[in-house]
Write a protein that binds this ligand. Structure first.
Ligand SMILES: [Zn+2]
Length: 170
C-alpha cells in the first residue's frame, strides 16, 4: 500500500517542475494522474514503479525500481568484492603481506594449546591500511581484540588444567 500524496505547495511544485524542465501545469497533471518523476532515467512513471520511502514527503523512493537496482548494482561493483570468498582471500593476502609469519605463529599456538601448554599471547598485528589508506594506529581496536582473545585463552587454559587435576585426583 503506497502512501503516495502529491503536494499542493506551489513553491515545491515550481521548484520540482523547473528541475525537470516542464511547466507547473504539466507537472500537476502528471502528479494528479498518479505519476512520479524519476530523476535518474528522467521519465514520468506510475507510482507503483517506486518503492516506499517514508522519509520522503510523498512516501515514495527518489528513483524508480529499475533505476534503484542499477544504482545498487553499480555501487556494489564499485565498493564490494565480487564474493565473500574474494573478500576473505584479500584479507588473508593483506595480512600475509603485513605479517608474513602470522600463519606459522598461529599454527605453533594451536599446537602448544593442544599439547596442554598455555597459549602464548597474540602480538598486535602491524597496522592495517584503513579504507582511506591511512594506517590504523597501534593500540586501536585490533589491539583490544587481541587482549580479549588472550584473556579468553588464559581462562580456557586454567579450566583445562583444573579439569586435568580433577581427573588425576580420581
Ligand atoms: Zn528511473
Amino acid at each position: 500500500m503506497s502512501t503516495y500524496q502529491p503536494t499542493n505547495d506551489l513553491r515545491i511544485i515550481r521548484g520540482a517542475a523547473s528541475k525537470i524542465g516542464c511547466g507547473v501545469e504539466e507537472y500537476r497533471a502528471h502528479r494528479a494522474a498518479g505519476e512520479k518523476w524519476c530523476g535518474r532515467c528522467r521519465s514520468w512513471r506510475i507510482a507503483a514503479d517506486f518503492s516506499a520511502n517514508r522519509s520522503n514527503r510523498d512516501g515514495l523512493a527518489n528513483m524508480c525500481r529499475p533505476c534503484k537496482r542499477a544504482y545498487d548494482a553499480a555501487y556494489n561493483r564499485r565498493y564490494l568484492p565480487a564474493s565473500n570468498a574474494e573478500r576473505c582471500q584479500a584479507q588473508r593476502e593483506s595480512r600475509k603481506q603485513r605479517d608474513p609469519d602470522f600463519l606459522a605463529r598461529e599454527r605453533e599456538r594451536v599446537a602448544a594449546v593442544r599439547a596442554g601448554q598455555p597459549a602464548a599471547p597474540r602480538p598486535a598485528p602491524p597496522a592495517a591500511p584503513g579504507p582511506t589508506g591511512a594506517a590504523i594506529p597501534a593500540g586501536g581496536p585490533r589491539t583490544r581484540v587481541a587482549a580479549i582473545t588472550d584473556a579468553w585463552d588464559a581462562r580456557l587454559h586454567e579450566r583445562r588444567v583444573r579439569r586435568a587435576a580433577r581427573r588425576g585426583a580420581r
